[in-house]
Design a protein around this ligand. Structure first.
Ligand SMILES: [Zn+2]
Length: 325
């Protein structure tokens, strides 16, 4: 099968012909119909500590949907021909297991075929495409968990989303699909503002100071650039929450007074639970949430990741590896 393999940080992704994997007990084999390109793959490509993956070489691609074509020995409850997406289960956080995380713990979806662990299987509801399901698994569910569960955004909230790439755009959509909250957006690239406004952002700006007249209940940072956490801690109201998702910078500096005097919480947020993915898929099936997607050819995965790295992408890039034949 055709696959893009990551060997180490000193070599670019390699297109390779590898044997089709065999499902073992507790696994199924899928024909991959959609794999989302994620900014964290860009980080993996240059992370000298290999801390985000459990093996290398590895086929990347952790937002993966497809059709079951083979069941492992003694696998029951699933049928060949079912359309599924592999959940990346991060919550409850004590149950998160990198070893069974597709494209991170073992070979993922930048390939024609991939193994999925049965405990991670979520059936794709009627009316949801493979591409929508794939990007729901990480980017939209991650935005959901950060905004609804950790930042506790509800109908009366005023919330600011920092970073209007795939996650930030999904975040605006999640908030508007589920609540009546007011959403503001921040990005250094003003070309992303039109899309953010169309999806329901009240106002966008290039930095928090421009929105200095607004007190936010919560600020969710999907970018993680230097200095943002401190600015966010100052810009939330008393009792407000700052939720960090992006890990662009390697260090944050916070004035303890900005947290203590206003009783501000700073919270990290990773991934989502299986039931959060199911809720996101239901929102897509209902038409309340329409993912912003752009298909790129399978052969263009490395170029797609370069585009993500440069930050010029609105919404989510994905490939359909079944079209390589
Ligand atoms: Zn990801």
């Amino acid at each position: 099968m055709k696959a893009f393999e990551f060997q180490d940080i000193y070599t670019p992704l390699q297109e390779r012909d590898l044997p089709r994997p065999q499902p073992r007990e507790g696994q199924v084999l899928i024909e991959v119909k959609a794999a989302g390109l994620c900014h964290s793959d860009c980080l993996i490509l240059r992370d000298e500590t290999y801390s985000m993956i459990a093996q290398h070489p590895i086929i990347l691609g952790h937002e993966v949907a497809g059709t079951i074509i083979e069941l492992g020995p003694r696998v029951s409850g699933f049928q060949i021909g079912e359309n599924i997406v592999s959940a990346l289960i991060s919550h409850p956080i004590s149950n998160a297991d990198l070893a069974t995380a597709i494209g991170l713990g073992y070979n993922g979806g930048y390939a024609e075929f991939a193994i999925v662990y049965t405990e991670n299987i979520v059936r794709i509801p009627l009316g949801v495409t493979f591409a929508q399901a794939a990007v729901a698994a990480d980017s939209i569910s991650t935005a959901y968990h950060a905004l609804i569960t950790e930042a506790r955004v509800n109908d009366t909230s005023t919330v600011c989303i920092i970073g209007l790439g795939g996650l930030g755009v999904a975040g605006i959509q999640v908030v508007n699909a589920l609540t009546r909250a007011k959403v503001y957006g921040i990005d250094i690239n003003t070309r992303k503002f039109d899309a953010a406004h169309r999806l329901g952002a009240v106002q966008c700006a290039t930095n928090l100071e421009e929105l200095g007249h607004i007190w936010f209940d919560a600020i969710v940072d999907f970018a993680g650039a230097e200095g943002i956490a401190a600015a966010a801690a100052s810009a939330v109201k008393a009792g407000g929450r700052v939720v960090l998702v992006g890990i662009g910078a390697t260090e944050i500096t916070l004035d303890p007074r900005s947290l203590v005097f206003k009783n501000v919480a700073v919270q990290g947020s990773i991934g989502a639970s299986k039931s959060e993915l199911e809720q996101v898929l239901q929102c897509i099936a209902d038409g309340r949430l329409i993912p912003v997607l752009e298909e790129v050819p399978f052969a263009d995965i490395p170029r797609g990741l370069e585009r993500l790295e440069k930050g010029g992408v609105t919404g989510r890039l994905y490939v359909d590896p079944s079209k390589t034949a």
